[in-house]
Design a protein around this ligand. Structure first.
Ligand code: BGC
Length: 368
């Protein structure tokens, strides 16, 4: 949509009086890059496209149903599509293209690859369609209008804090904790953000010798898990245990999500070792059960219902010709994208019942 070009310009020339008359910049009171007001709304039953990646974690599975039902309830014509796992990037590119051809007013994108949508964003812009990046920030383009997600840097910080807390609780008598780091898929811009958030907490502890990364693999590239695939994490953990841990204990593992956490635990337990402190993310059913049983140490609760609701609210605001709610901006390499970031919650055995109290699927898992 053209207004995103305006947002980018506003970032460069926020003080320029030449911008008066263009949406909210003329109030002079808005933070830089907080978004331009849409020129007008659109039909109440307009088509809203939702392009989701392949189902690499339960949150994506949940999101599809929530979008389908939520868009219908809001009176829109929803068009929700998933990319398939064998050709996720190509599938998604094609799906977005057909949403554009079908006359969608807004396209909400959970990118399969956050760097491979340039052509589709150009086409959406030419058709004056608003693009909302969902959960994963599409990179290096000024044609992303809004971003709605949980605060992913904070997710990483919380994971790292819980890792340290678990190490203290379970291995308080050990001087140096041996740990390993895992990160997500390199084609997902979230992976580096989670990792950077975690390293902002862990690096000082590596520097002062509290933590020892025995494999020596400390960068986001070295620790990446292609396609977020469990088998890749399990294989990497197997290899590290064989090559670096003979005669040594493994005390903890930073895992970026639950699916990989369970794969890492499978590897460690398969090697006949004690269960280390392992972090996670997504509050997947099996991981919540594992946390309650005292195996996986922590997860992150990013309530998918809240994220989908926030996205649909953005579409409703646009439909009404109003400015959607944003909490700030996020840099996507091209500009500061107006963003609505929600707060993630860390969950351990201790607070699981409280954290999931209002979630009818997860709360029962914490009872008894
Ligand atoms: C999401 C995580 C998810 C991962 C793999 C990330 O972009 O933010 O919640 O675990 O993708 O699906």
């Amino acid at each position: 949509m053209r207004k995103s070009t305006f947002v980018a310009l506003a970032g460069i020339a926020a003080v320029s009086v030449a911008l008066t008359g263009c949406g909210r910049a003329d109030t002079g009171a808005e933070p830089e890059g907080s978004g331009a007001a849409p020129e007008a709304g659109f039909a109440a039953d307009a088509t809203i496209g939702v392009a989701l990646p392949d189902r690499t974690s339960e949150n994506w599975v949940l999101a599809g149903d929530l979008f389908t039902n939520g868009l219908e309830e809001a009176g829109f014509t929803g068009n929700v599509q998933y990319a398939g796992s064998s050709n996720s990037v190509g599938d998604q590119q094609q799906q977005i293209q057909s949403m554009i051809s079908a006359g969608a007013e807004v396209i909400i994108i959970g990118a399969a690859d956050t760097a491979q949508l340039a052509t589709q964003l150009e086409a959406a812009d030419a058709a004056d369609i608003t693009v909302i990046a969902y959960d994963r920030l599409i990179q290096d383009s000024e044609l992303v209008d809004y971003y709605v997600a949980f605060d992913n840097f904070h997710v990483g910080e919380l994971q790292a804090q819980s890792l340290l807390e678990g190490l203290e609780a379970q291995h308080g008598d050990v001087d140096t904790w041996n740990i390993e780091l895992f990160s997500g898929s390199a084609d997902d811009s979230n992976s580096a953000v989670f990792f950077d958030g975690a390293m902002s907490v862990l690096q000082p502890k590596i520097d002062d010798g509290t933590l020892n990364i025995v494999s020596g693999q400390t960068t986001v590239q070295q620790t990446a898990t292609e396609d977020w695939a469990a088998e890749n994490a399990q294989n990497r953990m197997d290899t590290i245990l064989q090559s670096s841990y003979e005669g040594q204990d493994l005390h903890g593992v930073l895992s970026p999500n639950d699916n990989l956490a369970r794969a890492i635990l499978t590897s460690v337990q398969g090697a006949g070792r004690d269960v280390p402190v392992v972090t996670g993310q997504d509050s997947e059913v099996e991981s919540v059960q594992s946390i309650v049983a005292g195996v996986q140490y922590s997860t992150i609760y990013k309530d998918t219902r809240a994220l989908v609701a926030a996205s649909i609210e953005m579409a409703q605001a646009l439909q009404a010709g109003e400015e959607p709610t944003t909490t700030g901006t996020q840099d996507n390499g091209a500009f500061e994208v107006p963003s609505n970031l929600l707060e993630p919650v860390i969950v351990t055995q201790e607070n699981a019942a409280e954290a999931y109290a209002d979630n009818e699927d997860l709360a029962p898992l914490t009872e008894g």
